[in-house]
Write a protein that binds this ligand. Structure first.
Ligand code: FAD
Ligand code: NAD
Length: 465
């Protein structure tokens, strides 16, 4: 047993929620300890957001090289067929991960945060025991933040192992599987499924819902479905994965109309994630749960005084930027600041091809809230920059109150629209109206010009359509 420690704030988990909380707390002069079982940066930096976007970028670069090698390339470029060395791609991706996780460790150190490497377990509401390489470390804390993140949901008939993989394994394959079956046509299934289709795999997506990306409305997901078809990805909707065939080489699937066996070298199961509490000893605490996640109030307080929860541990939306915003808020609350969750919107971006971004309410959600709404879209087919980028698929859509034109939501689907999310978020947080979007000069030529154009169209005075 190591010498017991005590601190004002103990953060369990150094993912985007935990590390941001610890850094801000340290900056505010709070005596802070963070405990991490694996590596700083959590799911996001090590096996999630960053590595998946690196793989997606490499797949896009490979796809562009393949296009250049095709006869009659409209850009007048000719090249020979590219060759992929996925092991090298993964090495490059690991380099980015190492730089970022090293950076996070450095930032925590700079903020004066003490880092304990090991797995934490609650003994009671003020004491945590950490299993470290050097033995057990007891830590007493006035405040404890649970930031333990999430793990992939397993389908009982398809346990992870061998050819059945989660996103974690999909991000470190040494070569693209010849036949990849993806179970779940949500964020992970489509981001990684598209990447592997571009890298040369024959991809089939099995989705239980009647359409892919059920989290987004059909208008937003339709261009993605069209692109998947062009990439040769077979999408089976309203279809359930049953289990492996007796020889283990195929996935048996079933829809109302048919039952099939899909040959598969790898089966990527991406049917959602669930909060990670295994071994944490939550049963020692008197906190309330809401389904699988911890119930928190608008200050991320649990039902137990001094115990907070943030990030994926608190349920949907399981997004890194939400975890970070919660972490920052909790650190300031512990420092005595008057803070509460007052965000207007949490942007959601899906890094498919084309990308989707949604901030605030979509047209149907806005109508469902009982308001009269004005909505309009501007297609990238009428945007000069989109033409020069060969990216005319998609649009920007605005949703506003009909009475005072207050923006309720902005969505877009198109190449690179993830970068528009910051402007969309700012518009909602600042309470912009259609007139504000329409009157803001957007640089020409940019895809962003579709934003004032969509607002102008909602006001009945579109210029370029
Ligand atoms: P995590 O990042 O999961 O971190 C929790 C940490 O706690 C982990 O490091 C874990 O080791 C540690 N831990 C758990 N239990 C203990 C314990 N008992 N003791 C000590 N340490 C413990 N989100 C986005 O916003 N954008 C994206 O593009 C995006 N892409 C993704 C792609 C993939 C493939 C995946 C899987 C996820 C993606 N996400 C994305 C989701 C994002 O990764 C999560 O929302 C985010 O990481 C949640 O942060 P967190 O701090 O709550 O938890
Ligand atoms: P998801 O919820 O996005 O998608 C899961 C999909 O699987 C859904 O479409 C669902 O209908 C389907 N499904 C569920 N059970 C099924 C079954 N038995 N057979 C077939 N389909 C089934 O979950 P995910 O893709 O695993 O991602 C997990 C979470 O990680 C996301 O919810 C998101 O919070 C986060 N994430 C975010 C990003 C991003 O922000 N760009 C990227 C990746 C992951």
């Amino acid at each position: 047993m190591l010498k017991p420690m005590s601190c004002k704030l103990l953060v369990i988990g150094a993912g985007p929620g935990g590390y941001v909380c610890a850094i801000r707390a340290g900056q505010l002069g709070i005596d802070t300890v963070v405990v991490e079982a694996l590596r700083p940066g959590g799911t996001c930096l090590n096996i999630g957001c960053i590595p998946s976007k690196a793989l997606i970028h490499a797949a896009e670069a490979f796809e562009a090289a393949k296009a250049a090698a095709e006869a009659n390339n409209p850009l007048g470029i000719s090249a020979s067929a590219p060759v992929l060395n996925l092991a090298k791609t993964v090495e490059w991706k690991d380099g980015i991960v190492a730089r970022l996780t090293g950076g996070v460790a450095g930032l925590m150190k700079k903020a004066g945060v003490k880092y304990v490497s090991g797995t934490a377990r609650f003994e009671n509401g003020e004491t945590v025991i950490v299993a470290t390489d050097m033995g057990e470390q007891e830590i007493h804390a006035e405040n404890i933040v649970i930031a333990t993140g999430s793990v992939p949901v397993e389908i009982p008939s398809l346990p992870f192992g061998d050819r059945i993989i989660s996103s974690k394994e999909a991000l470190k394959l040494s070569e693209p599987p010849e036949k990849l079956v993806v179970v779940g046509g949500g964020y992970i299934g489509l981001e990684l499924g598209t990447a592997y289709a571009k890298l040369g795999s024959q991809v089939t997506v099995v989705e239980a819902a009647p359409r892919i990306l059920p989290l987004y409305d059909a208008e937003l997901s339709a261009p993605v479905a069209r692109r998947l078809a062009k990439l040769g990805v077979e999408v089976l909707t309203s279809t359930k994965a049953l289990g492996l065939s007796p020889d283990g080489a195929s996935l048996r699937v079933e829809s109302e109309e048919t039952a099939r066996s899909l040959p598969a070298d790898k089966i990527l199961v991406a049917v959602g994630r669930k909060p990670h509490f295994e071994g944490l000893g939550l049963e020692e605490l008197a906190i309330d749960m809401e389904g699988r996640h911890i119930r928190v109030d608008d200050r991320c307080r649990t039902a137990m005084r001094g115990i907070y929860a943030i990030g994926d541990a608190t349920g949907e939306p399981m997004l890194a930027h939400r975890a970070m915003a919660q972490g920052e808020m909790v650190a300031e609350i512990v420092a005595g600041h008057k803070r509460a969750w007052d965000k207007q919107a949490i942007p959601a971006v899906c890094f498919t091809d084309p990308e989707i971004v949604s901030v605030g309410l979509g047209p149907e959600e806005a109508k469902a809230s009982g308001r009269e709404v004005k909505t309009a879209f501007f297609p990238f087919a009428a945007n000069g920059r989109a033409m020069t980028l060969q990216s005319e698929e998609g649009f920007v859509r605005v949703v506003a109150r009909a009475d005072n034109h207050l923006i309720l939501g902005i969505q877009a689907v198109g190449a690179g629209v993830s970068e528009l999310a910051s402007g969309f978020g700012l518009a909602l947080e600042m309470g912009a109206r259609l007139e504000d979007l329409a009157a803001t000069i957007h640089a020409h030529p940019t895809m962003g010009e579709a934003v004032p154009e969509a607002a102008l169209r909602a006001l009945g005075k579109a210029l370029h359509i």
